[in-house]
Structures are given as structure tokens and as C-alpha cells.
Design a protein around this ligand. Structure first.
Ligand code: ADP
Length: 473
């Protein structure tokens, strides 16, 4: 396989911007591909932190003239590299659109990302760099896929470039009015999945891309069903010959308990005594009694319906009645935050709730906890359980999507199938029982998880093979 030129379009790439797994992947898959010898370049928006100045990122002289609304609008470009790598990353700058307090959550999000997608295409031209494949991630970058398949077909530089569309989460689809086609100077026909006068960018990405993939084999099977397809299962079935499931990997350089500078006391599978210091530190920080003998259970997540928070509430109530401790780090829906704040107030001697996003603290929770909960309603891949295993925190998960593909019940963690608080509690109890009564078995499960290999190597290879097939076509 000769070297490939991959244009990687994403709304998030850690450490520059991350709200969840999408950001982790943006910061790690390109590195893995680059290490295999491929020429990968990332383009993402210049959010507030980039424009306000961030180490290693500099403005480029180029001004882009982005063709929109029948005219053009200017955008700036910043450039840098993914940390500890030579992977170039470019940031599309447009203050009114991207220099805002949050990454998402605005009424004009579809327009913001349509502008971003179109500007990214323009940047490829300006760099005079013709990609073999445009790799677009989630609905935010689907406008680029649609443009490539329509107006882009006549473009002197980019005509014929195939696109791979990766679905990280089918629940967020990017819907807006069809006026956006005029904005993008695109002519296209409505899709069956779109209501009258409506555009659905997730559907568009699936429809227009040369190949589609999602981030685990099981999620790839789930999304073609009525129950798991979020209204797009028919379209996904229609494209099933081109639909792949490739498990996400973890950046093993970044997520390494032996060297992670964010972890207070580094440790490895052969130095687990050192791990205990992290548990004590976490208890101290959380104002919990420093008890080595109690299972310390953790949850680090976006507080979203997807994450199984309704069955979680019930399980916390039960957990507070037994000898155990619980630490939560998460942010999201205000109502859910309030509920957890209330619970933490009621049970301050057993539980702590940190209701914010804290990239530096999360690793200390993975390193200091004994168990890690992911009772997700659905989970495209999930990285939390992979990080937890790597750090020796035993995952208790619902066997869905990528959780089913990565956690082996009784071997690397504990899993339950039925979406109910009883099933969840039963799995957690099995874990707690083993922790309390069979330490050798417990330590084996812990070490099995730490030694499991979820690095990028194999998955990056699968992506490269897919790109190669697309280039050949
Ligand atoms: P999703 O992408 O659906 O949010 P994943 O499990 O794939 O879920 O990825 C979650 C990532 O975000 C993990 O790296 C996790 O540690 C991180 N994360 C989630 N919430 C927080 C938070 N409040 N503070 C710090 N990191 C968080």
C-alpha cells in the first residue's frame, strides 16, 4: 500500500477541542495513520481558545474566500500540529461563527458547520493539496460530503475525490431548513428521511459518501435496526454494502498510567501498590473517608439521556445503602446536574459530584477508582471503558454497541444486557461481591483489563485498507 493523502474533517480534536469521544479520536487516529506513513491533515474550526491564543498555533497568511450565498465570505486560517507529532492541523477562523463560549448548542449550528465544511474544501485548494480521500466525521462535516458529491463534481481541483463518512453518534443529526442548500450553492433532491423543507445532514452524509463506517462492529449492526437506527435505519440498510464497523482505539501514549503526568502516582500492572496512593488522594479530594477496603466507584461522562442516567439514579440510591463510595464527574443537562448535586448533598460522606468538565481531573478518577460505570442506553464505541481498563478501574457496562465489543463479562469487567436498574444493580453487585470477597479473582479481572490491547494499531490499519479501496475505485 503506497502512502495515502487523507483530509480529516472534524468538529473536535483533543487537546484543542473535546466534549467527548469524537475529540479523542480526532486527536489520535490521525497520529496513528501518520505513524503508518500516510499524509493526514486535519481541519477543524478555530474556536474561542484557538483565536485567543494557544501554544504552538499560529495564524497563516492565507485568507480564504469561501463561496457561499452566491458570493464569497472571508475566513482566516490558523495552523499547528497535533502535540508530539508532525500531523498538521488547520483551524478555520471566522469570529462571529466560531469565537463563542461553547462549541455547540446554537440555533445556527447547521450554518456554522456548513460554512466550516465549505471553507475546509477551499483550504485544500489553497494548500494545493489534493487528498485521495476526504474523511468526514459526524453531521458537522457532512456538508462537505454532500458538496463533494454534488457541486464538487465539477470542481477543477476536487472533482472525483471520494469521501468516507464516520458516524460517531447517530443521535445528533444536524437538521435545518433547505435554505442551507442555497447558502452552499448546492442543487440536490430531497431524501426520503427528510421532512418537507428539511435537511438532515447525518442522513446526507450517509447518502452521499462513497463509504460509511461507524465506530464499533456491534453499533454497525444496531443502527440498521428500527430500534437502533434513530429514524435512519432504512437508509443505512440501503447502504449496508458500504457500511463498516471499525472499533475506536485509544492513544496509548497519552493514556498510560505509567507516564500520565495528570496522574498523581504513576503505576503499571506490575506496580499496583503505587495505584493505591491515587485512591487515597481521590478520597481526600472528595472529602470521603480514606478507606482502602471500600470499593470506590466512579462515573465520568457527558450527562446525557444516552448515558443511562435514569437507571443510574436508582442504582446510586441503592449504592448509598451499602458500604461503598461514589465519585461522579460530568456535565450536561441542568436538571440532571441538579439531581446529582442534590444526591451528593444528601450523601456527602459516601459520594461526591463534580459537575463540570475537567480534563486534568478525569485521569485521576480513572487511576483512583476501583470500578467505572457505563450503563449506556446505546454506545457507538465508548472510550470511558477503554481508559478505565487501561488504568485498572474495572468497568461495569451495559452490553450494547462498543461496550459489548470491548468488555468481557467476568474477564475484563462486568456486563448486563437488559436496560433496567435491576439488571444494572445485579452486575454492579457481582463486581462488588468479587471485590469484597475474592481479591485474587478481582485483581485478575483488573489486570486482564490493563493488559487488553485497544491501541490504534489494528483499527488504523482497517481505516487505511478502506481508504485504499476507495482510492483504487
Ligand atoms: P462520548 O463520546 O459519548 O461522550 P466516550 O466514552 O466515547 O463518550 O468519550 C468520553 C470522553 O470524554 C472520555 O475521554 C472521558 O474521559 C471524557 N469526559 C467525559 N466527560 C468528562 C468530564 N466531565 N470531564 C473530563 N472528561 C470527560
Amino acid at each position: 500500500m503506497s502512502n495515502l493523502r487523507i483530509l480529516y474533517l472534524t468538529a473536535e480534536a483533543a487537546p484543542f477541542a473535546k466534549t467527548g469521544g469524537l475529540g479523542d479520536i480526532g486527536g489520535s487516529l490521525p497520529k496513528a495513520l501518520h505513524e503508518m506513513g500516510h499524509d493526514v491533515r486535519i481541519i477543524m474550526p478555530a474556536y474561542k481558545n484557538i483565536e485567543d491564543g494557544i501554544v504552538g498555533v499560529t495564524p497563516m497568511a492565507n485568507i480564504l474566500h469561501v463561496p457561499i450565498r452566491g458570493g464569497t465570505e472571508e475566513a482566516g486560517v490558523f495552523q499547528g500540529h497535533l502535540p508530539n507529532s508532525d500531523v498538521p492541523i488547520y483551524f478555520i477562523a471566522h469570529k462571529p461563527l466560531f469565537n463563542r463560549p461553547n462549541l455547540y448548542g446554537y440555533d445556527d449550528d447547521p450554518y456554522r458547520f456548513a460554512f466550516f465544511s465549505r471553507a475546509a474544501m477551499e483550504l485544500a485548494v489553497t494548500l494545493n493539496w489534493k487528498p485521495d480521500v476526504v474523511h468526514a466525521h459526524d453531521w458537522h462535516t457532512a456538508p462537505a460530503v454532500t458538496w463533494l458529491a454534488t457541486a464538487g463534481q465539477k470542481h477543477p481541483h476536487l472533482a472525483g475525490t471520494p469521501s468516507l463518512f464516520t458516524i460517531h453518534n447517530l443521535a445528533h443529526q444536524g437538521k435545518c431548513s433547505t435554505d442551507i442548500f442555497e447558502y452552499l450553492n448546492i442543487q440536490t433532491h430531497p431524501l426520503f428521511e427528510e421532512g418537507a423543507g428539511e435537511v438532515n445532514f447525518m442522513a446526507r452524509g450517509i447518502y452521499h459518501a462513497a463509504k460509511i463506517n461507524t465506530v464499533s462492529p456491534t453499533y454497525a449492526q444496531e443502527i440498521v435496526t428500527l430500534a437502533g437506527g434513530a429514524g435512519l435505519d432504512g437508509l443505512l440498510r440501503h447502504r449496508s454494502d458500504d457500511l463498516h464497523g471499525i472499533l475506536n482505539g485509544l492513544d496509548y501514549d497519552l493514556w498510560n498510567p505509567k507516564s500520565d503526568p495528570r496522574v498523581l502516582t504513576n503505576y503499571g500492572v506490575n506496580s499496583m501498590d503505587a495505584r493505591l496512593a491515587n485512591k487515597r488522594a481521590l478520597q481526600e479530594r472528595s472529602f470521603l473517608p480514606q478507606r482502602d477496603d471500600l470499593p470506590l466507584i466512579a462515573f465520568v461522562s457527558r450527562l446525557d439521556w444516552q448515558k443511562g442516567l435514569d437507571i443510574m439514579g436508582d442504582v446510586i440510591h441503592r449504592l448509598m445503602k451499602i458500604e461503598a463510595q461514589f465519585v461522579l464527574l460530568g456535565t450536561g443537562e441542568a436538571e440532571i446536574e441538579q439531581e446529582f448535586a442534590h444526591l451528593a448533598q444528601l450523601h456527602g460522606e459516601k459520594m461526591a459530584a463534580y459537575l463540570d468538565y475537567n480534563a486534568g481531573f478525569a485521569p485521576q478518577i480513572y487511576a483512583g477508582s476501583d470500578m467505572f460505570l457505563m450503563p449506556s442506553r446505546f454506545e457507538p464505541c465508548g472510550l470511558g471503558q477503554l481508559i478505565a481498563m487501561r488504568y485498572g478501574s474495572v468497568p461495569v457496562v451495559r452490553a450494547t454497541g462498543g461496550l459489548a465489543d470491548t468488555v468481557q463479562d467476568g474477564v475484563t469487567g462486568f456486563a448486563f444486557r437488559e436496560y433496567s436498574s435491576d439488571a444494572f444493580w445485579h452486575a454492579l453487585q457481582r463486581g462488588i461481591d468479587m471485590y469484597n470477597h475474592d481479591r485474587p479473582a478481582w485483581e485478575m479481572v483488573q489486570k486482564n483489563g490493563m493488559m487488553a490491547d485497544f491501541s490504534w494499531q489494528q483499527s488504523a490499519n482497517e481505516y487505511a485498507q478502506l481508504y485504499e479501496r476507495m482510492r483504487e475505485r
